[in-house]
Design a binder for this molecule. Structure first.
Ligand code: NAD
Length: 417
């Protein structure tokens, strides 16, 4: 057991170690799961617009494929490191297992600054990335997706490059593609929608009437803005506060999410929205709201502010918003936390649907996607809740137990250990 993790991957290993001790995990399985199954380090030459060739460092980590092909995004980030990619790949293994989809965990990254690159340079980098790993990915091996600073267009180029190398169209190699080349309906709001389905289940468990509940959301990007819209549309709740990197807005009578989206599109921030008072991001976290939804940054709920959190339910749409110290405090205070890799698993679940649709070459309508997403998220939530109640542990630990047990069982059945 690592006493004090020095990087994100050591933290991921420490989390696994804690669960392994609790469930008496077979030492062989534990040893396998502590390390990535395979990792690739690439040097990708790209001809830049000025005629010079620049070499970019890239990674692809395949953490575990016991339950199915690896699945995980590709990040384009100037500060990308192999340890971050390793940790995120491991977390994808647990995320896919907790929602019970037949996929393993993977992640990729390239050290680059997309904001300083032209569209043509980005296209050459995206194609170059695939050129270096294409033999190790594929619909039955490893299926990438968008992540930080990568988008549907980049997935389109990557799918096209892979298809050219294989000599036939292969839309099932990558998810998060534009609709015209095999994307799925319902992908845009899938993360928020999946999270809202888990909030609906949590509210039933806590006996909270969502139609009279209030909601505060930190982060008003893809996940947070759709969460605001859907908490109002699907649950009838009142959104009383939202924020972005510049600050937040508050109105106890309720904010109209579509109008806030428009205001942010027009002005660049939610701040200054008419009929609302400006608040800080720190104040938002401590508001008297029934549901608190961190949907922006990591580690915003800490040992310092957790004692002042007044929400009844915390729905973690962001990855890693709560520190381990805060976790303990929130649990002691009876605050129900829906942990990130359960709460935000709607995105990967609809990615899985996209892969299934591409393999079958038969596409579903939006309400089919929503209905199947609801079934998956609800079932996953109930499995984690049952584990939490049985073992008297908080939901994060329960989610880990469910996920690790599922992966371990598959490894045993396959005779890997
Ligand atoms: P995004 O870039 O669309 O939005 C991020 C939002 O957070 C923006 O509104 C930004 O202004 C805000 N923000 C940045 N710094 C902030 C700060 N200091 N305080 C408050 N808000 C701040 O990103 P996204 O796709 O919505 O992702 C948000 C979180 O959800 C991330 O943790 C991401 O890993 C997680 N997530 C997203 C998806 C998805 O499908 N979009 C899936 C799984 C997890």
């Amino acid at each position: 057991m690592v006493e004090k993790p020095s990087n994100l991957f050591e933290m991921a290993q420490a989390q696994l170690d804690e669960v392994a001790a609790l469930i008496d995990l077979d030492p062989g399985i534990h040893a396998v799961l502590r390390e990535p199954m395979r990792e690739m380090h690439m040097s990708i030459p790209v001809k830049m617009d000025d005629g010079q060739t620049k070499v970019f460092k890239g990674f692809r980590v395949q953490h575990n494929n016991a339950r199915g092909p690896c699945k995980g995004g590709i990040r384009f980030h100037p500060q990308e490191t192999i340890d971050v990619v390793r940790a995120l790949a491991a977390w994808m293994t647990w995320k896919c297992a907790v929602v019970d989809i037949p996929l393993g965990g993977g992640k990729g990254g390239v050290i680059c600054n997309p904001k300083e690159m032209s569209t043509n340079e980005l296209e050459r980098l995206s194609r170059g990335y695939i050129d270096t790993i294409w033999e190790f990915i594929g619909p039955d091996r490893d299926i990438p997706a968008p992540d930080v600073y990568t988008n549907p267009q980049i997935m389109g180029w990557m799918m096209d490059e892979y298809s050219k190398l294989k000599g036939c169209g292969m839309p099932s190699v990558i998810t998060g593609k534009p609709l015209a080349i095999g994307g799925s309906l319902g992908r845009n709001d899938a993360t928020a929608r999946g999270g809202v389905y888990t909030v609906i289940e949590a509210a039933k468990h806590m006996d909270i009437d969502l139609s009279s509940a209030t909601v505060a959301i930190q982060g008003f990007g893809n996940a947070g803005s759709y969460a605001a819209i859907l908490m109002q549309e699907l649950a009838g709740s009142k959104i009383i506060a939202v924020s972005d990197s510049k600050g937040g807005i508050y109105n106890e009578q309720g904010l109209e999410p579509h109008k806030v989206v428009q205001h942010k599109a027009d002005s660049g921030s939610v701040m200054g929205f008419p009929q609302a008072e400006n608040i800080t991001n720190a104040e938002l976290l401590e508001l008297k709201a029934d549901i608190l939804c961190p949907a922006g940054l990591e580690t915003v709920l800490t040992g310092e502010n957790a004692p002042r959190v007044k929400a009844k339910i915390i729905a973690e749409l962001a990855n890693g918003p709560t520190t381990p110290e805060a976790d303990g405090i929130l649990y002691q205070n009876g605050i129900f936390v829906i942990p990130d890799f359960l709460c935000n698993a709607g995105g990967v679940t609809v990615s899985y649907f996209e892969w299934v649709q591409c393999l079958n070459r038969y596409f579903w309508n939006e309400s089919e996607v929503h209905q199947r997403l609801n079934e998956k998220m609800t079932k996953a939530f109930q499995a984690v809740l049952a584990e939490s109640l049985k073992r008297k542990v908080h939901m994060r630990l329960a989610a880990y137990i469910v996920a690790v047990n599922r992966v371990a069982e598959t490894m045993k059945m396959r005779g890997w250990v």
